[in-house]
Design a binder for this molecule. Structure first.
Ligand code: FAD
Length: 371
C-alpha cells in the first residue's frame, strides 16, 4: 500500500501526522525522527483567532499583551485573537491521542540521510514511500536570507514577584540598540518565573554577540522588570535566517514542510501557527485531490512587505520600533496580528501603513522592484 514518510517529528512533522490522522485513513504513515532535537526542550508561543486541532496541547492562553514602544507602555486586548503557549511534550501527547489508535501510524527512531523521489534513506536503508514530507533535509538550495533573527532567552527565577502572570510582553524596546534593531520579549510562567528573551535583527551571517545579549538581559531584569535578583534556570539561543522569498517546496513526490519550507514569517520569526495551517492544507489536498500539492498560495504582497521591512531596518535599525509602534497603535492588537497573519485586506493595510514614515519604505520598495 502507498506509504507516507514524514521526515522529522518536530512541530511540523507531528502537526502533519495529527492532521493526516483525522482526514486521511488510506495511507500508512511513518514519522522518522532521530531525537537530535529533544521535544521536551521546545516551547512555542503563537496567536490564533480560531480553534485548532491541537489546541488541547496549549498550557497557557492569554487574552492581552503588553508592548513598550516609543517610550510608552500599553496593555492591549487581543480582540478575537488568543495568545497560547504549547510545550513540546504536550504537543507530542496530544498528537499521539490521534495517532495511537490507528494501526497504520508508526513512529520510527532513525536518522534520515537523504530524501529521494521514491522514499527516504534512513540509517543507510531505503524506506519506500509514495509521498515524503521533509522537515529535515530541505531543498537543494534555499533563497538568500534577507536578515537573521538573533535571540537569547533566559528562563529565570526572580527574587521578587515581578512578572505579570496574565500579560506577556510582546516587545519592549528598553534595551540597547547597538547590535541591530533589538527588543525584549517576556513570557510569564508565574509571578516569579518567566522566559525573558533578547531579540535582534542582524545581517545574515553576522555573529551573535553573546556577552552583549547577556548584559542586555541582566540589565533589563534589574532595571525594567525589577527582579531584585534572579537565577537563570535555562538558556536558549538561536540565529534564524529570515527569508522573504518562497523556498522551493516540491521535489518529485517530496514536499518540504516546516521551517525548511519557509514557514517562518520573515518579519517575526514565528512559525507555529503557519505550520498548523499548512498541515491542515496538506491533509485536505491529499483527501480531496489524492496528492499533497494543491496548497493555497499566500498573496505575494506579504512577502514583499516582509522584505521591504527587513531592508529598511538593515539601513535604519530605529525604524523597527517605529513600525511596531504604528502596527500596534490601535485599541486592540487585532489589526496588527491580522496583518502579521497575512489575513488583511489592502484597505486595512493602508490604514496600518498610515502610521509609518513613507520615505524609507518607498525607497526600499523601489530598490527591490528594480532588482
Ligand atoms: C529556540 C527556538 C524557539 C522558537 N520559538 C518559537 C515560538 O515561540 N513560536 C513560533 O511560532 N516559532 C518559534 N520558533 C520557530 C519555529 O517554530 C521552530 O523552529 C520550530 O521548532 C520549527 O519546527 P520544524 O518542525 O520545522 O523543525 P524542527 O523543530 O527543527 O524539527 C525537526 C525534527 O527533526 C528531527 N531531525 C533533525 N534532523 C533529522 C534527521 N536527519 N533525521 C531524522 N530526524 C531529524 C529533530 O529531532 C526534530 O524533532 C522557535 C525556534 C527556535 C530555534
Amino acid at each position: 500500500m502507498t506509504r507516507i514518510v514524514i521526515a522529522g517529528g518536530g512541530v511540523s512533522g507531528l502537526s502533519l501526522a495529527a492532521h493526516l490522522a483525522v482526514t486521511d485513513h488510506r495511507h500508512p504513515v511513518v514519522v522518522v525522527d532521530d531525537a537530535s532535537k529533544p521535544l521536551g526542550d521546545m516551547t512555542w508561543a503563537s496567536w490564533s483567532d480560531r480553534p485548532g486541532l491541537l489546541d488541547a496541547a496549549a498550557s497557557r492562553w492569554f487574552e492581552r499583551v503588553r508592548v513598550h514602544v516609543n517610550g510608552r507602555t500599553t496593555v492591549l486586548p487581543l480582540g478575537r485573537y488568543r495568545y497560547r503557549v504549547v510545550r513540546g511534550d504536550d504537543l507530542l501527547a496530544v498528537v499521539r491521542r490521534y495517532t495511537d489508535s490507528l494501526r497504520h501510524f508508526t513512529f520510527h527512531h532513525g536518522h534520515v540521510d537523504r530524501v529521494e523521489d521514491d522514499g527516504v534513506i534512513v540509517d543507510g536503508r531505503h524506506m519506500r514511500a509514495k509521498w515524503v514530507f521533509d522537515s529535515v533535509v530541505g531543498p537543494a538550495e534555499q533563497p538568500p536570507a534577507d536578515a537573521a533573527l538573533s535571540f537569547r532567552g533566559w528562563q529565570v527565577h526572580s527574587e521578587r514577584a515581578a512578572f505579570d502572570v496574565e500579560t506577556p510582553t510582546l516587545f519592549d524596546f528598553r534595551t540597547p540598540q547597538g547590535h541591530g534593531a533589538s527588543f525584549v520579549y517576556v513570557l510569564p510562567v508565574d509571578a516569579h518565573h518567566a522566559l525573558v528573551e533578547h531579540t535582534s535583527f542582524i545581517a545574515p551571517g553576522a555573529p551573535q554577540d553573546v556577552a552583549a545579549q547577556r548584559e542586555a538581559l541582566a540589565e533589563y531584569l534589574a532595571d525594567v522588570v525589577g527582579t531584585g535578583g534572579h537565577d537563570v534556570e535555562r538558556e536558549e539561543h538561536a540565529v534564524l535566517p529570515l527569508r522573504s522569498a518562497q523556498s522551493p517546496r516540491r521535489n518529485g513526490n517530496a514536499l518540504t514542510i516546516g521551517v525548511e519550507a519557509g514557514m517562518m514569517k520573515a518579519s517575526t520569526g514565528f512559525a507555529y501557527q503557519r505550520i498548523q495551517r499548512d498541515s491542515a492544507a496538506i491533509a485536505e489536498s491529499l483527501r480531496r485531490h489524492g496528492d499533497p500539492f494543491h496548497l493555497p498560495a499566500s498573496p505575494s504582497r506579504f512577502r514583499m512587505f516582509d522584505g521591504v521591512l527587513l531592508d529598511v531596518i538593515r539601513r535604519e535599525p530605529a525604524q523597527l520600533e517605529q513600525a511596531f509602534g504604528a502596527l500596534f497603535r490601535f485599541r486592540t492588537a487585532e489589526p496588527a496580528l491580522r496583518f502579521l497573519d497575512e489575513a488583511t485586506s489592502v484597505t486595512q493595510e493602508w490604514r496600518l501603513f498610515a502610521g509609518m514614515p513613507a520615505a524609507p519604505y518607498l525607497t526600499a520598495a523601489r530598490h527591490r522592484l528594480a532588482r
